[in-house]
Design a protein around this ligand. Structure first.
Ligand SMILES: [Zn+2]
Length: 354
C-alpha cells in the first residue's frame, strides 16, 4: 500500500478506541465514534439508526426494533440469520403481509433492504434483552427475556404462520437491536462545518440522516468486494469542490472479507483502497487546496475470528501543510501508542491541536 505508507510517513499514526467499554463492536457504534459523537452518550440501539436510513423518525413514545427475516430449524436452531438473503422486493411482500395480519396503528412493520427490516412499537416494548441473530448461527435460538419479552415472542411465534407462505428460505422474523430516537445534534452544529458521505451500508447512511450530513449516492456502491472505489473517491472530490468542508468515504469490502475469513479478498480490498481511492484522492485534494485527512476502520474484523472485536484500531491523521512525526500505519506500527477515544479525532481533524 505505497500511497498509504507515504501518507503515514508524513502524518501522525496512533490508536483509537472506537468501541467504548460496554457497547457492542458494531458498525453503528464504530461509525458514530468516527463522525465525532461519543457512542456512550448518543447510542440508543442499532435499529433507530437503520430506521433513520429508511426515512423514519421515531416519536418519544415509540421504539424501533430490527426485524430480520430468519430461518430457524424445527429443532430451534438458528440456521440462517439472513433468511437466505431474499431480494428486497420479495421481502417487502412478506413485510406487507405481516403488517396486514399482525400489525396495527401502534405496531408497524416497515420494509427495508433484503432480510433487514424495521418494526416500530410502543415505547414499553423496549424493555427486553434480545440476542443478535448473527451471534446464534448454527446454535439454538435464544429467545428474548425481560418485561416486554412476551410481546416480542408472541409476534415472532405468529410470524411462523405467515412468513413460510412466501416460498422463501426465511420462515419467521427475529426482533432485536431496539432503541429510541437518538438525540444527535446536526454535524454542522457540533463541528461548524458542512459534511457529506457515501456508503452502501444502512447504518452509516442512517448516521448521516440523523446528523444532517449530506448522503451522496454513488452508482455501483455495493457494500461488497466489487464496489465502485473510484466512484466513491470522485464523489468525495466533487462534493468538496462543490463547497462541502468534509467528506466521509465508507468502504465495507474489508469487513466482508473478514467475515468470510477470506485473506486474499481482504488484502485485495486494502490494496484497492490504496490504488483506487488514496492515490487519486491525494492528487485531487492537492488540486483543491490545503487539506487534512483522517483514516481509520470502524472496528477490527480479524480473519481468524470472522467477526468484530472491541479492540482499538490504528488511525492516521495527515495535514497537507504540516508534517507530523511520521510512522507506519498498521496494528503493529501503532501497538505502543496511547489509545485515544475514537470520537475525539473528529475535533482534531477539523481544528488541529498546535
Ligand atoms: Zn461486519
Amino acid at each position: 500500500m505505497p500511497y498509504l505508507s507515504a501518507l503515514a510517513a508524513r502524518g501522525e499514526v496512533g490508536r483509537a478506541a472506537v468501541i467504548p467499554p460496554g457497547l457492542p463492536p458494531g458498525s453503528d457504534v464504530g461509525n458514530m465514534s468516527i463522525i465525532g459523537y461519543d457512542p456512550a452518550a448518543y447510542h440508543t440501539g442499532r435499529a433507530p439508526i437503520e430506521a433513520a436510513a429508511l426515512g423514519l423518525k421515531l416519536r418519544p413514545n415509540q421504539v424501533a426494533y430490527r426485524c430480520n427475516l430468519v430461518t430457524i430449524g424445527r429443532d430451534g436452531t438458528m440456521l440462517d440469520f439472513a433468511g437466505g438473503h431474499p431480494s428486497s422486493e420479495a421481502a417487502a411482500e412478506v413485510i406487507v403481509a405481516l403488517q396486514a395480519e399482525l400489525g396495527s396503528d401502534e405496531v408497524v412493520f416497515h420494509p427495508g433492504v433484503q432480510y433487514r427490516h424495521i418494526l416500530v412499537a410502543p415505547a414499553d416494548w423496549a424493555d427486553a434483552d434480545c440476542v443478535p441473530p448473527h451471534d446464534l448461527s448454527d446454535k439454538p435460538a435464544v429467545w428474548p427475556t425481560g418485561a416486554a419479552a412476551s410481546k416480542l415472542q408472541r409476534l415472532m411465534d405468529a410470524s411462523r404462520e405467515i412468513v413460510p407462505q412466501f416460498g422463501l428460505a426465511a420462515n419467521q422474523v427475529w426482533l432485536w437491536g431496539q432503541g429510541f430516537q437518538p438525540d444527535m445534534p446536526a454535524f454542522r452544529d457540533a463541528y461548524g462545518v458542512e459534511a457529506g458521505l457515501c456508503t452502501a451500508v444502512d447504518l452509516v447512511r442512517g448516521l448521516g440522516v440523523l446528523t444532517d450530513i449530506n448522503v451522496v449516492e454513488v452508482e455501483g456502491a455495493t457494500g461488497w468486494f466489487d464496489t465502485n472505489y473510484e466512484g466513491k473517491r470522485d464523489a468525495a472530490l466533487q462534493t468538496l469542490a462543490d463547497g462541502a468542508d468534509l467528506f466521509l468515504i465508507h468502504v465495507e469490502a474489508t469487513d466482508e472479507a473478514g467475515h468470510a475469513g477470506n485473506l486474499d479478498e481482504k488484502i485485495t480490498a486494502l490494496e484497492r483502497w490504496d490504488d483506487r481511492i488514496l492515490r487519486g484522492l491525494v492528487l485531487g485534494l492537492d488540486a483543491l487546496g490545503p487539506w487534512r485527512l483522517l483514516l481509520l476502520p470502524d472496528h477490527p474484523t480479524p480473519i481468524r475470528l470472522k467477526t468484530h472485536t472491541t479492540d482499538s484500531v490504528p488511525y492516521l491523521l495527515v495535514d497537507s501543510q504540516v508534517d507530523g512525526p511520521g510512522g507506519f500505519y498498521s496494528e503493529s506500527g501503532t501497538a505502543d501508542a496511547v489509545v485515544v477515544p475514537g470520537h475525539s479525532l473528529m475535533g482534531r481533524l477539523i481544528v488541529p491541536t498546535p
